[in-house]
Design a protein around this ligand. Structure first.
Ligand SMILES: CC(C)(COP(=O)(O)OP(=O)(O)OC[C@H]1O[C@@H](n2cnc3c(N)ncnc32)[C@H](O)[C@@H]1OP(=O)(O)O)[C@@H](O)C(=O)NCCC(=O)NCCS
Length: 172
């Protein structure tokens, strides 16, 4: 059984290691080594997670397997995406990553649903960004009620990736 729980200050080191590993496993092949290293140092340091964990505007989750090993994580908070005409009180499902071994078991959906419960309680609008060539994640997000609203480029070092911005459709 995998357990999903909210992360706390003691999880910063685990999240930094898992964040760097899962990003490199998923997208590392797309970048030059120096761009990847720059990106990982900037976005997946222990200090980055300590800051987010200490900030009430953000929520982080960890998924652990039976052995207590972290096999997935999520980060949500205020929306920082270049959404045209971004409404006030907009939130973002900003990171959702599983280790390779944990993928394909429905854990991604369970983790995303826990994140969406928190996001929809705290924000009027919810957005996310997903790599244009990541059909698996797009499929999950569509299933959860997101639709594509915008294209943009996400920068990793000097590399520019085509991304979709998706918005959660909510009942009126
Ligand atoms: C994306 C991710 C969170 C999905 O979680 P998961 O538990 O592995 O999800 P699943 O394998 O159940 O797949 C989700 C859906 O995509 C479908 N799918 C799987 N592989 C697919 C592919 N190559 N193309 C299209 N759809 C695919 C599944 O059938 C499933 O749809 P269904 O529920 O209708 O059957 C997880 O795979 C992951 O962490 N990937 C690496 C990191 C990543 O890409 N994160 C997202 C960054 S935006």
């Amino acid at each position: 059984m995998t357990r999903i729980r909210r992360a706390g200050p003691a999880d910063a080191e685990t999240l930094a290691a898992l964040g760097a590993r899962t990003f490199a496993d998923t997208f590392g092949h797309l970048y030059r080594r120096e761009d990847l290293e720059f990106f990982l140092n900037k976005n997946h340091s222990r200090a980055v997670y300590e800051t987010a964990l200490a900030d009430d505007a953000y929520a982080l989750w960890v998924a652990e397997n039976d052995a207590g090993e972290a096999v997935g994580y999520g980060v949500a908070g205020p929306c920082s995406l270049p959404v045209p005409g971004l409404p006030e009180n907009s939130g973002e499902l900003s990171r959702l990553y599983l280790t390779r071994q944990a993928q394909g078991s429905g854990l991604g959906e369970s983790l995303a649903r826990a994140m969406l419960d928190w996001l929809t309680e705290n924000f009027s609008h919810v957005y996310l960004s997903v790599y244009a060539d990541n059909p698996r994640a797009q499929r999950l997000y569509q299933k959860l009620g997101f639709i594509k609203i915008h294209d943009y480029f996400y920068e990793v070092g000097e590399h520019r990736d085509p991304e979709w911005i998706m918005e959660l459709q909510r009942a009126e």
